[in-house]
Design a protein around this ligand. Structure first.
Ligand code: B12
Length: 496
């Protein structure tokens, strides 16, 4: 059996750690079920100095050091794998998750310390890798879903690993390997009163997939979106398509899991991580969430305040509240997060999501009428953003009484936007992909601009004017913009 150390990299350095990494917790559990010896160092939770990481890396003779996360964890991942190779050179460094899946060959080139990568879903590929290692083999060419390097340093991507069909075969995540006290301290989710008062929140991912095809979104290669291309030299690469394979845990699995965490860890709130809980309900013939809710009540998980119709009091309320994500074309918990993105008809048409201004507004009204707090997400800087779309948003906020600080539209790797605007994006970083990866954050700052019309200075300025509802200055700048660009156009056509 292999000795495996998982390292959870730092994500959102500027914020407190709030989410146990669900995929890693599942992989740890799977590895233990297969008989391997597993430890976790949660760098995101501990935020400790490097000396601690070095100690952990030396604390045993690890066979495998596993690390993974989303693209914005790149800086931390880079640091950990560099240290791992220095301090524990005997260990096989294995990486996975969105940062690698979105660009396997690039990551293998940028981070030579990674020995093997697991592309897309790792539920089967990772234990198979451990099994091989255990059997003394380091021949990775036969394991679907892996990316690896040959003796010359060239990376190879193996054929795809089919997604697991029966998700209920998954063991429960190994939450007890993570410092839950740190996470419980940051349990509160600022999205609803119940969420705000949560003291012991854990997250559950109940379904995999999303039926939408938003141009700014990426599904980590675990939603049926991942496909391979093979070039003339036989070199494989990943591509992300509109194909979907939507998978659910059964309501029974979900509710038993929640019951388990209630009994084991005393949780009072469950955050559903599902990419889009409500679209998943919709595509299940509107039965899935209803059945979860029925079992939730049957198993005694319904919060006392909901049952008795009284205000939530965390001192008295027994039971488990929950929250998740929704989409503007549906509403049917405590809070629902909505990615409304924009209230401009033109922009909405180009996002690919199928939402309209009407569905956005309707869902907001319905959600509020149902006593659920809607949390709208807005963005600025779409490829087709213009003065009229900016104004449309301000008008909608005024109409609906919304306050929002829009995010900046960001082409994260793996998204359609990244594919479409790749050369433009890299052009903004002097062709240096790593510089772009290191710059990415949570889209509250401008990174690579994909707006055809506005530059960074304009996007910051316009966002500020939107927040202040300053339509007069937006109109004045539109005149200025047109004047400047007319002048620039004229200069361009002047003979040299
Ligand atoms: C929880 C979550 C977060 C958490 C942190 C997650 C974490 N600890 O890594 C927080 C809230 C911090 C977060 C933030 C953001 N997130 Co987020 N988040 C999620 C969410 C909801 C759940 C992730 C999850 O648990 N998935 C389910 C599990 C099973 O998948 P998994 O963890 O990836 O694990 C599987 C594989 O990826 C792989 N794997 C993962 N780790 C490892 C490790 C090893 C060793 C191996 C072998 C394999 C492996 O194997 C697992 C099993 O198959 C997803 C949506 C979703 N439902 O997936 C979005 C998602 C990952 N986030 C996304 C985005 C865009 C963001 C933000 C940029 C959003 C924003 N504008 O602010 C920010 C980044 C902020 C920042 N400054 O860095 C994108 C993807 C980004 C990317 N390119 O990688 C997703 C897919 C949502 C979406 N569709 O757009 N997020």
């Amino acid at each position: 059996m292999a000795k495996v150390l998982f390292v959870n990299p730092i994500i959102r350095e500027e914020d407190d750690p709030r989410h146990v990494p669900y995929g890693m917790a599942l992989l740890a559990s799977i590895a233990m079920r297969e008989g391997h010896l597993v430890q976790v160092y949660d760098a995101n939770a501990w935020r400790a100095p490097d000396a601690v990481l070095a100690q952990i890396l030396k604390a045993d003779r690890w066979d495998v050091i596993g690390i993974g996360g989303i693209t914005t964890a790149y800086r931390s991942i880079r640091h950990v794998v560099q240290m791992a190779k220095e301090v524990a050179p005997q260990a096989l460094v294995v990486a996975g998750g969105g940062f690698l899946t979105s660009m396997p060959h690039d990551i293998m080139r940028l981070l030579p310390q990674i020995d093997v990568g697991v592309v897309g879903e790792a539920f089967v590929s990772f234990p198979e890798l451990l099994g091989r290692l255990d059997a003394g083999s380091r021949d990775w060419a036969q394991v679907p879903g892996l990316v690896w390097r040959d003796g010359s340093g060239r990376s190879h991507l193996n054929p795809e690993r089919p997604l697991m069909q029966d998700l209920d075969r998954l063991p429960y995540p190994a939450w007890d390997l993570f410092p839950l006290d740190v996470y419980f301290k940051n349990s509160m989710a600022l999205f609803s009163e119940e969420g705000m008062l949560a003291r012991r929140r854990l997250d559950v991912n109940a379904s995999y997939g999303c039926s939408l095809i938003c141009r700014f979104c990426f599904h980590l290669g675990i939603a049926g979106d991942l496909e391979h291309t093979v070039d003339r030299d036989g070199q494989r690469d990943v591509t992300f398509t509109y194909k979907r394979l939507i998978r659910y845990h059964s309501p029974r699995y979900v509710v038993d899991l929640v019951k388990h965490v209630r009994e084991r860890f005393g949780v009072d709130f469950i955050g559903f991580l599902d990419e889009n809980l409500m679209t998943m309900h919709q595509s299940s013939g509107k039965k899935w969430l209803t059945e979860i809710a029925r079992l939730w009540i049957e198993e005694g998980l319904q919060p006392q305040c909901v049952r008795e119709g009284v205000p939530h009091d965390p001192e008295r309320c027994a039971g488990v509240h929950w929250g998740g994500t929704s989409h503007a074309t549906l509403v049917s918990c405590s809070h629902l997060l909505y990615g409304y993105e924009s209230f401009s008809p033109r922009v909405l048409k180009t996002i690919g999501k199928g939402a309209t201004v009407e569905t956005n507004e309707r869902s907001l009204r319905w959600t509020m009428e149902a006593g659920i707090r809607p949390i709208p997400n807005q963005m600025i800087g779409f490829p087709d953003e213009d003065f009229d779309s900016i104004r449309d948003n301000v008008h909608a906020w005024n109409r609906l009484g919304l306050n929002a600080l829009p995010f900046f539209a960001t082409p994260y790797p793996g998204t359609e936007w990244y594919q479409t605007y790749k050369s433009r994006i890299l052009g903004q970083y002097g062709g240096d992909l790593e510089a772009f990866l290191l710059d990415l954050g949570d889209a509250t700052r401008v990174t690579a601009i994909i707006s055809k019309k506005f530059n960074a200075v304009e996007l910051y300025g316009l966002r500020q004017l939107m927040v202040q509802r300053d339509l007069r200055r937006i109109a004045a700048y539109e005149i200025e913009w047109n004047r400047l660009h007319r002048a620039a156009d004229k200069e361009e056509v002047l003979p040299a």
